[in-house]
Write a protein that binds this ligand. Structure first.
Ligand code: NAP
Length: 257
């Protein structure tokens, strides 16, 4: 299928690693002119160079960082708000300062890019905003309370934005991954598995982690490519009649209609 992304300019925030990197690679392979973004200069430039994309650096938890990213990115047709972090806080150690920092990094980061880039999309009468949310937005766990809540805020603001953009040619949607196998998450679970005696290789521990921590109908972690495919669809002109939607890519982890 031709996704008709040829020539569209796409900024994927947090594409120096993990899900964002895979999303950037797929959009570039589909013919989009991609801007790779991160804070780590070496990783960001390496990913960009490998796919012939532009690179931009900036901490989106700050106004200055967002200004720089928007300035270098310039005209953007497709904004993928993916940058974010999941620090391993518990209710006991998630201080108000940590809650505020998680909100800055995971929520206001995306709002900053929306405020800087959506006016141009509106003026041109075409645009796509895809927000990366997650299953914990609607089925929070005991741990990572500040992270769960930040995902809920992302889902909520993406739908509000869709309502705001009605009839403009610009859509706003959410892709909600379950547990996806990226290096950052693998490290967390390998550490947990060693502490619990579940084994030391990913192949040994994946079934245990899935059963105990992230149960889903398919019995495995998702792959970043499976999330990227959902983003590419929502970014394409083919998804013109989809706005305010949540597309779950979670192996059926979330129990709901
Ligand atoms: N992996 C999963 O299972 C999963 C599930 C649901 C949702 N998500 C969401 O998907 C997104 C990507 O997660 P991931 O697992 O791919 O994590 P990751 O591998 O750690 O990648 C995170 C990316 O975000 C960037 N980033 C973090 N804080 C930033 C900031 N303040 N300003 C600018 N960039 C920042 C990082 O850039 P640098 O490293 O260059 O600083 C990196 O490119 C996150 O928003 C996460 O909440 C992930």
């Amino acid at each position: 299928m031709n996704l008709e992304l040829e020539g569209k300019r796409a900024l994927v925030t947090g594409s120096s690693a993990g899900l964002g990197e895979t999303i950037a690679r797929l959009l570039a392979a589909e013919g989009a002119r991609v801007v790779v973004h991160g804070r780590n200069e070496a990783r960001t430039r390496a990913v960009a160079a490998s796919i012939g994309a532009d690179a931009v650096l900036g901490d989106l938890a700050t106004d200055e960082g967002a200004d720089e990213v928007a300035k270098v990115a310039g005209h953007v047709d497709i904004l993928v708000n993916n940058a974010g972090a999941y620090p391993h806080h518990t209710w006991a150690d998630a201080t108000p300062g940590r809650w505020a920092q998680t909100y800055q990094t995971n929520v206001i980061s995306g709002v900053r890019m929306i405020q800087r880039l959506v006016p141009g999309m509106r003026a041109r009468g075409w645009g796509r905003i895809i927000t990366i949310g997650g299953g914990l937005a609607t089925q929070p766990i005991a741990g990572l309370p500040d992270y769960n809540a930040s995902l809920a805020a992302r889902h909520n603001l993406a739908v509000s934005l869709a309502r705001e953009l009605g009839g403009t040619g610009v859509t706003s949607n959410v892709v909600a991954p379950g547990a996806i196998r990226v290096a950052a998450l693998e490290t967390v679970f390998l550490h947990m598995a060693r502490e619990r005696g579940w084994g030391s290789t990913w192949e040994e521990i994946e079934p245990r982690v899935v059963n105990e921590v992230a149960p889903n109908d398919l019995g495995r972690f998702g792959r970043p490519e499976e999330v990227a495919a959902a983003v590419a669809y929502l970014a394409s002109p083919l998804a013109a009649y989809v706005s305010g939607a949540t597309l779950r890519v979670d192996g059926g982890a979330i129990r709901g209609v």
